[in-house]
Ligand binder design. Sequence first.
Ligand SMILES: [Zn+2]
Length: 321
Amino acid sequence: MKKYNIGIDLGGTKVLCALIEKETNKILFSVKKKTKKEKGNKKVFTKLTEAIDELFEISKTDKDEISSIGIAIAGQVDRKEGILINACNLQCKNLNLKKEIEEKYNIKTYLANDVEAATIAELLLGAGKGYKNILCVFVGTGIGSCLVIDGKIYHGATGSAGELGHVVVDLNGRSCNCGAAGCLEAYASRSAIESRIQGAIKKGRSSIITEFCDGQNISTKHIKKSLDAHDEVVSQFVNEAIEYLSGGLASAINFFNPELVILGGGLIQGIDEIYLKTIRLAKNKALSITSSKTEFKKAQLEDYSGVIGASLIEEYRLCKK
Ligand SMILES: [Zn+2]
């Protein structure tokens, strides 16, 4: 009986690689490496294998004890073939990770998108346990979401279902990273709040946030500190984002009628006020009958949802076949 899985979270700026005990889903050892400068297929692959090698070294585990390697990636993946199709932040394209990792380590390897992996973690171990129809929404730099229908993640025709962040909320609106205009992500993500605050400061409005950071790299922590200090500028744009986010959620609830909405991501996990107000407004905005049985929960696995979810891809895929 193989006792462990390796879960890997391959993000835009770091790779987190963890040895996880299958029985308890506990992280026993982990290795974190920055990928800020290492871009492109070759360099990213090297970084990834360095992290795996180091994990074997520090944990003194044998390859025979590992059941699977799961990789959660911030980008598009071909789940069946295990190919990383495109990850903008890593400048990787058409990288056959499954084949390459399996050849190198002789361990079954699975790939998932990071939002999918986080959803698997919540579904099997976290807030989604015991529910069948779930909408998961993660709000951070962008807005990622995932639909669970009858206990199974719904992927859609091209594997990209659940793009709530790119639902259009203003036809003539702000431009979005995806190239379209007026997407929810351009109004309700942390980046949206950040650029609104920066714009106001540029126009001469004063905000306490400039005491916490240079105004260029605004984090959730800076936003929280400014809200706690009742800063007018930050409160205004956070409230604006909540209005849009709750509107987007209400639309999704009306459309999908889920029994549970799981909210996660840095902005939700970091600022309770945003989480609670978003729920209240989303309930008000949704049709009353449709939302009457919708529960809301905060994601439970937080920062480790990527590695834990990745380590569970094998189990999830085998039982949902
Ligand atoms: Zn978009």
